[in-house]
Write a protein that binds this ligand. Structure first.
Ligand SMILES: Cc1cc2nc3c(=O)[nH]c(=O)nc-3n(C[C@H](O)[C@H](O)[C@H](O)COP(=O)(O)O)c2cc1C
Length: 378
């Protein structure tokens, strides 16, 4: 199976190591960063969601109208919208982008952040609501007749949309989370299940949990798996490790100055979401895992989202990604700490190696399949 690469569609140049140099929505930078991804072999970029952040749907529409190939992953939190309205937003965006939209449904892993926009449900209730919401959005995308809905969280009558996605039967649904409630909801509804980068054995456990949830929901297929890392690459191993330590030192220095480095709990309070708790536990178990996974970047940010690094030369980092491909991962999410330059470097030096090796592996697998078939038939 071919691999895909997901980058970040940030709307400014800030990262954990560097405060942003301008406005939160820097129109020129937003387009420059997205274009760098399009020009350097990436497939798709994520427009993330935060309670105070610029509206990702409009940023995505802007980028889609300026670029021709880059696909869009739009993060969306159900608590901020009615599903009938959201389904039309998504369908319109799929039209603007000529069929390049995937929607990443965010349940929300932190009560305080959810309350900022008036959401008072518990996390498990939020997952149940997300599940109902996704089912409604899928139905609106694919139903030409008016229908009623009487659910636990939503009720409406006689609704039919007048705008439908370009992609048929519908755009893909992406989903993330590492708690049992997340596996249940995403296993049932997601086309793509997103995990944060963990050691291989722990990633394999999570993949099994997602597959089991999909089966329990009565599915005959399974979601594709995406895993996210923060690559730190340099021409030699030594230089890459120096860069890795410089990265963590820069984050620590910002924290020491009292700056917010993650826009969230800043690594102080214990995170409420299972995914971040897992990252902290993995960091406590050791700094280095497998071929190139390095956890101090997660430890220093309190396991804030995609935060485990892969450190080494492009060859080492590519081989590390291929280890995950061999587990069944076929979408890699990656972003550096210098968003623009790192997107260019990763696209130039890592993506081509991974694509070439995956093509070789797939060709060998196909040849083995043909030989086995010949043996059975012969
Ligand atoms: C790849 C990925 C991207 C995510 N993007 C966002 C985001 O943009 N905004 C947000 O608030 N949460 C985001 N999340 C958080 C999840 O949607 C979810 O709310 C959280 O991980 C739930 O925690 P759990 O591990 O306890 O199930 C993301 C999660 C993953 C795995």
């Amino acid at each position: 199976m071919p691999v895909e690469f997901l980058g970040i569609a940030a709307t400014n140049d800030g990262s954990e190591t560097t405060p942003r140099s301008g406005a939160s929505f820097d129109k020129e930078y937003t387009l420059r960063l997205a274009r760098a991804h399009e020009d350097h072999g990436w497939d798709r970029v994520l427009f993330a969601y935060g309670s105070g952040s610029p509206d990702p749907a409009q940023a995505a529409a802007y980028v889609a109208s300026r670029l021709d190939r880059l696909q869009i992953l739009l993060a969306h939190r159900p608590n901020v919208s009615c599903p009938t309205f959201a389904a039309k937003t998504f369908a319109t965006l799929d039209r603007i982008s000529d069929g390049r939209l995937t929607v990443h449904f965010i349940t929300g892993g932190n009560d305080h952040e959810q309350r900022r926009e008036g959401d008072t449900l518990t996390k498990d209730e939020r997952y149940a609501r997300t599940r109902e919401y996704i089912r409604i959005v899928k139905k609106i995308w694919t139903t030409r007749e008016p229908f009623d809905h009487e659910g636990e969280y939503y009720r409406f009558h006689d609704f039919v949309s007048d705008v439908f996605p370009v992609q048929q039967p519908r755009p893909n649904v992406s989903f993330g989370g590492s708690s049992p409630a997340a596996y249940a909801a995403g296993g049932a509804e997601a086309d793509i299940y997103c995990l944060w980068g963990e050691p291989l054995a722990k990633t394999a456990e999570q993949i099994e949990a997602v597959k089991a949830a999909a089966k329990a929901a009565g599915r005959t297929d399974v979601p594709r798996i995406q895993v996210a890392f923060r690559p730190i690459i340099a021409p030699t191993e030594e230089l890459a490790w120096e860069k890795a330590h410089r990265t963590v030192d820069a984050i620590k220095a910002r924290k020491a100055r009292g700056e917010s480095v993650t826009g969230r709990h800043n690594g102080r309070a214990r995170p409420e979401n299972t995914g971040s708790q897992r990252l902290i536990a993995i960091a406590e178990a050791g700094e280095r895992h497998d071929r190139a996974l390095w956890t101090p970047t997660a430890a220093v940010t309190g396991g804030a989202g995609n935060s485990n690094a892969l450190v080494g030369t492009p060859e080492t980092v590519a081989q590390a990604l291929l280890d995950y491909y061999d587990l069944g991962v076929d979408i890699f999410s990656a972003r550096g700490y210098d968003l623009l330059d790192d997107a260019i470097d990763f696209g130039r030096y890592v993506i081509p190696i991974v694509r070439e090796e995956v093509a070789k592996r797939d060709a060998e697998r196909a040849a083995r399949g043909t030989r086995n078939l010949a043996a059975v038939n012969g």
